[in-house]
Design a protein around this ligand. Sequence first.
Ligand SMILES: Nc1ncnc2c1ncn2[C@@H]1O[C@H](COP(=O)(O)OP(=O)(O)OP(=O)(O)O)[C@@H](O)[C@H]1O
Length: 252
Amino acid sequence: MTRRHAVLRTRGLVKEFRGFTAVSGVDLDVAHGTVHALVGPNGAGKTTLFNLLTGFLTPTAGRIELDGQDITGAPPERVARLGVARSFQVTSLFPQMSARAHVELALQAVAGGGRRFWVSDRRMRRFTERARELLAEVRLDGLAERPAGSLPYGQKRSLELALALALDPRLLLLDEPTAGMGLEDVERTVELIDRIRTGRTVVMVEHNMSVVGSLADTVTVLQRGEILAEGPYESVKADPAVVEAYLGAEVA
Ligand SMILES: Nc1ncnc2c1ncn2[C@@H]1O[C@H](COP(=O)(O)OP(=O)(O)OP(=O)(O)O)[C@@H](O)[C@H]1O
């Protein structure tokens, strides 16, 4: 087996909020080309860790590396420019604008034409073509001209995924990709992530264990800011410490 290099690596990562330690000495290695799930009971520190990885929070201590480059303390815009894309749980779409126009705008912003009013026809055609490809990748090709606001919830989330993919990210972070979805949308989203994962590296926070079981190559279980267990889903699921943490959380 060939060893995959770590796209993302953290060492001794700590985040304190006024004396409360939300993330406590986390060493994370996310291997290239894998789907890596972060799970854990409520309050385990998953969101805080995500916010550290994207530069939305600055660590109290420790180090974050992207492909070996130290990005500790880098602001969100820089982390994004370096190739970390995050698909948000909270929707940030323009209701009147078509799905295709959203993706075109994202592509233009990446290409550096974001502040230019005028884009050449040839350039625009390239953006339109690529936007169509990305929309097809997330199965929105039939809905490209629909105003984003009129799309059902699950498809809004697919569009957000297409916007993240428009950045051609080295690392794609998915924040609870199936949160608030009914069974049908959950299944569609699993199938979608399974399609887009090829050649990409994904870190996701996910509460739905069947989603984690279907998609994740590696699962990191957090508890009180620390890594409680790590490995393939089947072995992590059977780990007595993990079972206890979840049962304990349920009892509490
Ligand atoms: N800005 C903040 N100030 C103070 N405490 C915070 C702050 N953000 C998070 N915390 C605390 O840090 C701990 C970890 O929170 P975090 O949101 O990272 O957990 P989580 O694993 O994402 O939980 P959930 O599954 O409920 O989203 C919690 O006890 C939370 O109250």
